[in-house]
Design a binder for this molecule. Sequence first.
Ligand code: EAX
Length: 322
Amino acid sequence: MKHVLIGTIAALALTTAAEAQQKIVVGHSLSPTSHYGVGAQAFIDTLTELSGGAFTGEQAPAGQLGGERDMIEGLQIGSMDVVITSTGPLGNFVPEIFALDLPFLFRDYDHARKVLDGEIGQELLDKIGENTLVGLAWTENGFRHVTNSQRPVRTPEDLQGLKLRTMENKVHMAAFTGMGAAPTPMAFPELFGAMQQGVVDGQENPVTVITAAKFWEVQKYVSLTGHVYSPAVVLAAPALYDGLSDEQKDWFLQAARASAAATRAEVNRLEEEGVAMLIENGMEVITEIDKAPFAALAEQSSYAVYTDQYGTEMVERIKAVE
Ligand code: EAX
């Protein structure tokens, strides 16, 4: 009798495993059609295909499940599955990541992508993995630019006294304090309302985000300062990932890489077409900017936030990548 029962339970367990479909929720802070949305869909489609439908997925876009800091915490406690996030709040969990947030560090997209796809990128993904998170792949947000509702910003003097929302990132805050603005850290889901109500005058984000979030409805001026490269990363919850077989883990990795490739292609497209969209929607775009005075002030005020703790080696290694 007893062994019959055990046999039945085992058979039931097997059937459930074979039939089980696990739905993976991919959280991010932008619209489903944004560069993150395109990346989230590529993740879901690739995972579904590789797993023959054992895994399916859906997006939780537009900060539905919280801001980026909340979603990272959700991964740590296992209430989120997969998150695509900028590195904005990530240094609060993995301080070594602040190296990537230093202003005027990356020369251009090729430089940034080469660093993140190489040895340094892998080292930093491994560091993420030491902090109750799983770093699957580097993806991208883009070079950030300043927008505001008050005046064209051409020089650091024009930033004086501007109430500027930054991410919850102490390197970025130090950089903007150095450049003369009054930085106000805030989670992304609160930003549109804060600009609408005049709680802040401006913010800084890549063209990808400015277009996805239709900031032209509440901002007039865009200055193409490109003051910092904004990496993004595909993260998973250890509670989910650590329980996967090696084969399943590989599907997740491949899905994350497909996600990054799709997002970068969308970033490329928006870098070409996005400025025209801003102008069409009534923004004044300031393209001719002498970056040197911004860089001098930003570097002076923010590099020590990272290098006091970790030294200059990582900064030098990143700069040396050709
Ligand atoms: O990751 O918070 C920000 O400004 C980010 O750039 C945005 O959430 C996309």
